[in-house]
Design a protein around this ligand. Sequence first.
Ligand SMILES: C[S@@+](CC[C@H](N)C(=O)[O-])C[C@H]1O[C@@H](n2cnc3c(N)ncnc32)[C@H](O)[C@@H]1O
Length: 269
Amino acid sequence: MLSYQHIYHAGCLPDIHKHMALAELLNLMVKKDKPLTYFETHAGRGYYDLNAPEARKTGEAAEGILRMMKDGWFSPTRPFLRVIQDTQSKKGMHIYPGSAAIAEYCRRPGDKMHLMELHPGEIKHLRSAFKNRSVNIQQKEGLAALLAIAPPQPRRGLIFIDPSYEIKTEYEELPVKIEKVLHKWPVAVLCLWYPLLPEQPHKGMLRALTALNLPKSGVFEVEFSPPPARENGWKALYGSGLFIANIPFGFEQKMSGITNTLTGIKKQT
Ligand SMILES: C[S@@+](CC[C@H](N)C(=O)[O-])C[C@H]1O[C@@H](n2cnc3c(N)ncnc32)[C@H](O)[C@@H]1O
C-alpha cells in the first residue's frame, strides 16, 4: 500500500532542483519545430496547495520555494519561474506547480502527454487538475506502462521518473527497467531523480546506470548542507540528484547556474 503523498514535500529544496531542471529540459526541447512526447511515470497530483495542512505541517515549502521567491535566488526569466508566475496568476499565489503542471505549461499543441500515478487519492487530484485537457492519465505502475508504450508517437520525447523510493528495491530495479525502456525508445531524453541520503542508496544505482553506457548521460547533484547527525530517513536528506540520458545540447550550461546557486543554500528545518 502506497503511503507517500507529495503534498507534504511540495516546493521543498529538492523540488526546486528537479523542477528547474525539468523546465530547462522542456524549454530546450520545444525550441525544435518537431512534436514531442512527455511521459511521466510518477506524476503526483499536478498542482499543490501550499496552504494545505499537510504542506504546512512539514514547513518544507517555507524552507524551499517560499524562501526562493522571497530572496530572488533565480532570474524571473528562467523557465521554471515563468511557470510559477503563470500558475500563481491563474490559480492563486499559494499554488505550486509540480512536474505535470510544468510539462503542461511548456508543451505545445501537438505535443503528447502521458501521466502515470498509482495512488488513488493522488490520481483523483491529477484527473481533476487536467480535466478537459488532452492528456493520457492512467492509474498504472509507471515503469511498466512506459515499457508497454515505448516507443510512442512522436518518438522525440522526454521521460521523467520521480519515484518516492518507498520500496527499497527500487534502487536496484530502476537501472534494469531503464535499460529495457531505452532499448525500445533509444532517442528519448530520460531524467531520473533520486535523493541524497546519508546511507547513500543511490550510489549502487548510479554505478549500474553508468555501466549501461547510455549516450550523452550525466549526473547533476546538489548538496544543500551536511547530513544531520541524528536524524533518519527523509529528514536526513542532504541533497538532490538527477541522472539524465540523451542530454539536450545546451542543458549543462543552463544547469550550472542552478547547481551553483542551490549548493550554497543551507537547510533550515
Ligand atoms: C515524488 S512523488 C511525484 C511528484 C511529482 N513528480 C511532482 O514533481 O509533482 C511520487 C509519486 O509516485 C507515486 N507512485 C509511487 N509508486 C508508483 C509507481 N510504481 N507507479 C506510479 N506511481 C507511483 C506516488 O503515489 C507519488 O504520488
